[in-house]
Each structure stands twice: as C-alpha cells, then as structure tokens.
Design a protein around this ligand. Structure first.
Ligand code: GLC
Length: 542
C-alpha cells in the first residue's frame, strides 16, 4: 500500500479489471454469479497479471437496474452472498496481492430504499429534501424538460404528495439531493463503512450527474444529434450534469478516502462521459479531485489511426501537471471491443490499451476476445433496452457469462445462466485459450507481464511517432529504455518508414506472438492487423 520502487503508486502502475458480479462465476448454482464465485477465481486474475479488481454493485437491490438501484448501501444482496463472503473475498484478494475497488453509487438509490420511502411519505417528512421534489409546471406537467438517460421523462409524478421527483435514470432510481448536507454525511459514511472493511478504492458511478442546476433550467436542444441516436441525446444536458458543485462533493469524498491512510494509498475513479476538456477538471485543483477521471473516449472514437492519434495527443496535452492518465476499452454499458472493431483488431486494441501511458481498465471477458452475444427479444433483461428497444442500446449482450471452459454453460454455472453464454463458448474460453500459445488470453498475459517488468511502459514518457495511413505508432521511454509501439489498424500490410529505432532494435512482442527477438531497423514491416512492440538498442535521437 505504498509508493512502488519506481516512484509510482499502485493504481498508477497497476491494471484494473472490471468484474460484473452477476456474470463472472456462479458458486451457488442459481445461474447468477456471486461473491464466492469471484473469490474462487482471484487466482486466475493473479495469474493473468492484473492488479486491482473493480466489482460492479452487489448490494441489496430490487434489481430494476441490476444492482445500480440500491436499498442498503452497507449490505450484500443474498443472491451474491453475505458480508462474511465479502470479507473473505477481500482477505483472499489481499493475500494474493490484488486490490479491491467497489462501485459507489452516490447519485441515486432504489425507490425502495428506506430513505426514499420516508421521503415520499409526506411533504413534511424530515427526509423529504433528501431527494429532488418539485411542484408540477403550471400546466401540471413535469417541472422542466429534462429526460432520463434510459429514455422518457426524468420526472415522475407522485400523486400522494402532488409533486414530481427527479431521476436521471429509471423511475425506480430517484436521485439523491446532494445539496442537502445530511445526504452528504450519510453517503460519506457509506464510503467509511467499506474502507473499514479493507477496500482499496471506489469507482464512482454516474459522477457527472451528482448535482443539478439550482434553478432547474431547461436543457437546450442538441443540434449535433444524429438520426437514430438514443432519446437522451435530444438535449444537451448542460443544466442536469457536470455542474460546478459536483467538484465540491468530489473534494469531500477524496478527503474521506484519505482519512487514516497515507495520501494516494486509496483510489477514486470517476465514471465521467465528458469531453476531454471537462473530464480533466475532475483531477481537481492541486489534486483535490478523483485520481482517475475515467477516460472513456477509446470506446467512442472511430477506429482510425488519425482519429486515435488526435485523441491521444489531445488527452496528453490536456492533462494537468499531476494528472495521471487512464484508458478504458470496454465496460458493462457499451458494446465489446471485439464486436466494435472485429476479432483481428481486438488484438491490436489490447496492445494499444496496455502500452498507452496511464492506468488501463480491462473488462472481464475481453481478454478472451468475447464478443457481444445476441439476446433474443423475449430474453431481454436490461431495462434500457426495454425502454428504448431496437436501436442497439441494450446492455445484455455485453454482460453475458464469463467463459471458463468448454463444459456446459462455459463452466460459469451448474444451473441455468441468467443470460446465454453464446455460441463461441467452445473455443472462446479460459481453459482452451490457456493451452493455446497464440490465443488472445496468451497475448493479454504477455502484454500484462511485459508492462509489469518494464517501467518504461508504465511510468515512461509518451511520444507520438505516426498516426496516418492505418499506422499508429508511438514511443515509450524511461531511464534509457525505449520502446516503439507500432499498430497496423488495417487488414493490409504496412511499412513504418521512420521507426525512430536508430541503429536498430528487436521485436519484443507481436500481436501474432511469433516474431519475438527478430531484429528490426529504421523501417518496420507490419502484416495486416499486426501490432508490434520493439525495443531499441540505441539511445533516442541517435
Ligand atoms: C452508470 C452505470 C450503469 C448504470 C447507471 C445508473 O452509467 O455504469 O450501468 O445503469 O450508471 O446507475
């Protein structure tokens, strides 16, 4: 829990692995993953070579949004296990040298949370102001034009007390009122509860939504909306998200994390879908914000060398002096990387993710090249897909069970899995790929081990080399060790004319896992869909 030998903190050197608990490993046999299941696979994560495990919510919940609608922030849903199971998970993780990061959901609770039940009971209830209640507009309609991320109005009328309550997501997820000091105190105590149980940090859910405009002004229309985009994109959420006051709350959360710990020992990661210039503000003045404002731009940027090069340059240029970068390829809300760019490029994407400067987050199953699994309409579970069907926003396909083996149900459960395991499970599974020397899993493991052994790849500088004509190339360097990463984003062969390798170098890793040790020179030949890491034998500038 201290700065590492090369001067970086664990969350700077390390790689975060996201587990969606319903889908990782089912120990109880009810078809839904659980905490004991996760504990039983921590050795796999250790073997894979990641450093921290972020676990999506496992708290008591009616599951309207699969756990992001919480009724008790200090418990474990019986489907997932018990608090004792959680303590066992943390103890085993720490024994193996893995950190545990929890999903902290401060923006909203379940509508069945005791706080909300009290709040909605009467206008005079002491907890009335814990949520966001407003009178109807003069025509009796909602107080303003805000819409829910999941489609439909963001206001629901409560006939018993004659007011509307606000919900950025489902009507079953009323937003807490973060302008109320009692709410803040209660929610900071939630952080303390888990910190005392030994967790190493939090991923803060929906952070940009936390505080709303104090005048509840209408959001303006979004002129950039493209046809068939989700309903939420009809407006620019300037008054409902990313308000200046969010930063105050973040500062307070970060102080709670530092209680009884040395600075930087624990990590706050913010879920922030924001343009780069707004995203980087979440580092806070003098590091008072979240350590890792999640950079989710690799998920939305077209898979094109020039566009990716521009993204990396813009991000690197915007980072505040002490701001540590972070990159994400996929999560439980967005289409999987192997579906977005195809299986061949997913290998190149793995090399990109694990060689960029900053902390990478890996989504479970991406290390196998899992693709989105089609879920037939009658089996749809995701409330977003149910509200906004047919335009591809559904999240079930990216939440299908982790594939452990070629056995029935991919070794995920002895029961009937809550979502289909998918047709590729015979080959795309851990057991099969462990044995295959050139599998995606082997590639991930090699990349992770290279990162671990080469400080230049974690703490080294980043310098762009080329971003055009399907080629994305950059150098990473520290203490006279210099690596060139060259990625061919297209299916045809490409030559990098000026590799910057000086008098030559050697291949450390190809995404095809077959060129290790090969000598390379000033020009570098890449096969279609190949990514390469080369080590130079000369000093830069020679
Ligand atoms: C975040 C989560 C998503 C959830 C939403 C509401 O965006 O990642 O899964 O539905 O917040 O909590």
């Amino acid at each position: 829990m201290v700065p590492s030998s090369n001067g970086h903190l664990w969350w700077q050197r390390g790689v975060v692995y996201q587990v969606y608990p319903r889908s990782f490993k089912d120990a109880s046999g009810d078809g839904i993953g659980d905490l004991q299941g996760i504990t039983s696979r921590l050795d796999y994560l250790r073997w894979l070579g990641v450093d921290a495990v972020w676990i999506s919510p496992f708290y008591p919940s009616p599951m309207a949004d699969f756990g992001y609608d919480i009724t008790d922030h200090r418990g474990v849903h019986p489907r997932f296990g018990t608090l004792e199971d959680f303590d066992g998970l943390v103890a085993e993780a720490h024994r193996l040298g893995l950190r545990i990061i929890l999903d902290y959901v401060p923006n909203h609770t379940s509508d069945e949370h005791p706080w909300f039940l009290e709040s909605r009971s009467s206008r005079d209830d002491p907890k009335r102001d814990w949520y966001i209640w407003r009178d109807p507009a003069s025509d009796g309609g909602p107080p303003n034009n805000w819409i829910s991320v999941f489609g439909g109005p963001a206001w629901t009328f409560d006939a018993a007390t004659g007011q509307y309550y606000y919900h950025a997501y489902l009507r079953e997820q009323p937003d807490l009122n973060w302008r109320n000091p009692e709410v803040r105190v209660a929610m900071y105590d939630v952080l303390r509860f888990w910190l005392e149980r030994g967790v190493d940090g939090f991923r803060v859910d929906a952070l940009r939504q936390l505080v709303k405009d104090d005048r509840f002004r209408d959001n303006p229309p979004n002129p950039d909306r493209w046809p068939a985009s989700p309903p939420y994109d009809a407006l620019r959420p300037v008054y409902s998200t990313d308000r200046p006051e969010v930063h105050e709350a973040v500062r307070e959360m970060s102080l709670v994390l530092d209680e009884g710990a040395s600075p930087g020992e624990r990590v706050l990661i913010g879920e922030l879908y924001l343009p780069i210039e707004r995203l980087v503000r979440y580092y806070g003045e003098g590091g008072s914000g979240v350590q890792l404002p999640m950079n989710l731009h690799l998920i939305s940027t077209p898979w094109d060398a020039a566009r990716l090069g521009d993204l990396i340059d813009a991000y690197e240029a915007s980072l505040p002096q002490d701001g540590w970068p972070t990159w994400v390829l996929g999560n439980h809300d967005r289409s999987r990387i192997a579906s977005r760019v195809g299986p061949a490029q997913a290998r190149v994407a793995a090399m990109l993710l694990l060689t960029l400067r900053g902390t990478p987050t890996l989504y479970y199953g991406d290390e196998l090249g899992m693709r989105d699994v089609p879920v037939p309409p009658e089996q749809v579970q995701d409330p977003y897909e149910k509200n906004v069907p047919g335009i591809g926003v559904g999240r079930d396909p990216v939440r299908t069970p982790m594939r452990w083996s070629g056995e029935d149900n991919a070794g995920f459960t002895s029961g009937s899995p809550w979502l289909p395991v998918g047709e590729e499970s015979a080959e795309v599974n851990v057991e099969a790929q462990k044995r295959a020397p050139r599998s995606m899993l082997t590639l991930y493991r090699r990349l992770l081990s290279l990162r671990r052994s080469e400080p230049a790849l974690t703490g080294g500088t980043y310098a762009p080399v080329k971003a055009a004509d399907d080629l994305l190339a950059y150098a990473r360097e520290k203490d006279e060790r210099r690596f060139l990463v060259a990625l061919n984003l297209g299916p045809g062969p490409r030559t990098l004319g000026d590799s910057g390798l000086g008098r030559g170098g050697r291949v450390v890793l190809s995404t095809f896992l077959d060129r290790e040790g090969e000598a390379v020179g000033e020009t570098l030949d890449l096969r279609g869909d190949e990514g390469l890491i080369a080590e130079t034998t000369t000093l830069p500038g020679v």
